[in-house]
Design a protein around this ligand. Structure first.
Ligand SMILES: NC(=O)c1ccc[n+]([C@@H]2O[C@H](COP(=O)([O-])OP(=O)(O)OC[C@H]3O[C@@H](n4cnc5c(N)ncnc54)[C@H](O)[C@@H]3O)[C@@H](O)[C@H]2O)c1
Length: 381
């Protein structure tokens, strides 16, 4: 059965993911929805200006939601009630109550709720998780995830810099690192100690560091700055987040552009208003900064081409074949979940747990104490 797919929100996130969904032979991309008519025209499919109008038409089976975070819950709940399967962008919602309501709506409707893409799906992460699960290297004991980016100096909507609306880097960016380290640790997070930094008017939280403790006894550290002049992609030969080669001047250029650009026009230029991206076969995998998983019998270094296993006899590169299009595995996982009726690995409950870790980080930073993310979910009304 071919899945008739509609896309809600035709912005930057959609530009990065729609090509993989549209290329999947189990998916027929039938419609797009965005209040911006230029974005709808850029997709070149049947178009709608509002979620209500799209759902009233209803001639599709599944919805990819890439609207701004603050609309995810309303859109996903309305879609589930209309019997549509949902792939919702990360973070799945702004608040935990919203995320829980999304999970409940999908469970009541018997529809798939999958969260992503996030870098938790990157093929090197999947390989490292498989090596760990297969017992080849033992369990992960200490994981380090680090990324220094220009996130806050790329064009942003005002809400993306406003913590009250889910802006700042914790919900948007920590969620990638949380998904990655949760996959590698394969154990629930039982305590989070977090710190956030804000030293620029562009966001109250532009940087963070956190220590996560897992039920298994493993620990992870996450470190991130979206204010960075230093570019941590230098550590991977300038392999960038999307698998391209980075210009070492990229961070400097992003800051310089903001000094003169009309930011909202610059933001819109990175969306479907500019049409479909030029297809280019991937040369490297997508990645999210540097990730090292020190395991009982070897250390795993996530690399642009796969995983480097540092064992007793030295390093050994284990490549992962490149996909025909980035994020093909996300499209596969979504189609598989719909066809099989089995929840995907990163389902609504997974997304709720990752969002709880992000909120635990924020709360820990405010209150200066360890927070168990499960208690934030249990405390929901
Ligand atoms: N996984 C990724 O790699 C990735 C990358 C970028 C963004 N994202 C996620 O995608 C989401 C959108 O972020 P973005 O950077 O694409 O923002 P964006 O501003 O580029 O795009 C958002 C789009 O949604 C549209 N929109 C606004 N209100 C809407 C509504 N009520 N109904 C339908 N469409 C509406 C806007 O007109 C715009 O075209 C966020 O949750 C973000 O975290 C994910």
């Amino acid at each position: 059965m071919t899945l008739r797919l509609a896309v809600l929100g035709l912005g930057r996130g959609a530009v990065l993911t729609v090509p993989a969904l549209a290329a999947h032979d189990g998916i027929d991309l039938v419609a797009g929805c965005d209040p911006n008519p230029a974005a709808v025209a850029g997709l070149g499919k049947r178009g709608f200006a509002s979620a209500e109008a799209l759902l009233a038409w209803g001639e599709f089976d599944a919805l990819y939601i890439a609207s701004p975070h603050e609309y995810h819950a309303a859109h996903a709940i309305a879609a589930a009630r209309a019997g549509k399967h949902v792939l919702v962008e990360k973070p799945m919602a702004v608040t935990l109550a919203e995320a829980q309501a999304m999970v409940a709506a999908a469970e009541a409707a018997g529809t798939v709720l999958m969260v992503g893409p996030s870098h938790g799906y990157d093929p090197p992460v999947e390989l490292a998780a498989r090596l760990i699960a297969a017992g080849e290297v033992g369990a992960a004991r200490l994981i380090e995830a680090r990324n220094f980016t220009d996130f806050l100096y790329r064009p942003r909507r005002p809400a993306e810099c406003d913590s009250a609306l889910g802006g700042g880097v914790v919900l948007s960016q920590a969620t990638h690192q949380v998904d990655i380290v949760r996959r590698l640790a394969a154990s629930p997070v039982v305590a989070v100690r977090g710190w956030t930094g804000g030293w620029d008017a562009r966001a109250s939280e532009g940087a963070f560091t956190a220590q996560l403790h897992f039920a298994s006894g493993a620990a992870a550290t996450l470190t991130y700055s979206g204010y960075a002049r230093y570019d941590s992609d230098a550590l991977a030969g300038w392999a960038g987040e999307l698998g391209g080669l980075k210009d070492p001047q990229a961070h400097a250029r992003a800051r310089a552009a903001l000094a003169w650009a009309d930011e909202q026009a610059a933001k819109a230029a990175r969306t479907f208003t500019a049409g479909w991206p030029e297809p280019a076969p991937p040369q490297r995998h997508e990645r999210f900064g540097s990730v090292l998983a020190l395991c009982e019998r070897a250390d795993l270094e996530l690399a642009p081409q796969g995983v480097v296993v540092h064992g007793d006899h030295g390093p050994r590169a284990v490549p992962v074949p490149l996909p025909p299009v980035q994020r093909a595995n996300v499209a596969d996982a979504f189609v598989r979940a719909v066809r099989s009726g089995q929840p995907p690995l990163l389902d609504g409950r997974w997304g709720l747990d990752s969002l709880a870790v992000c909120h635990a980080l924020l709360l820990s930073a405010r209150e200066g104490r360890d927070i168990n993310p499960a208690e934030l979910i249990q405390g929901l009304p």
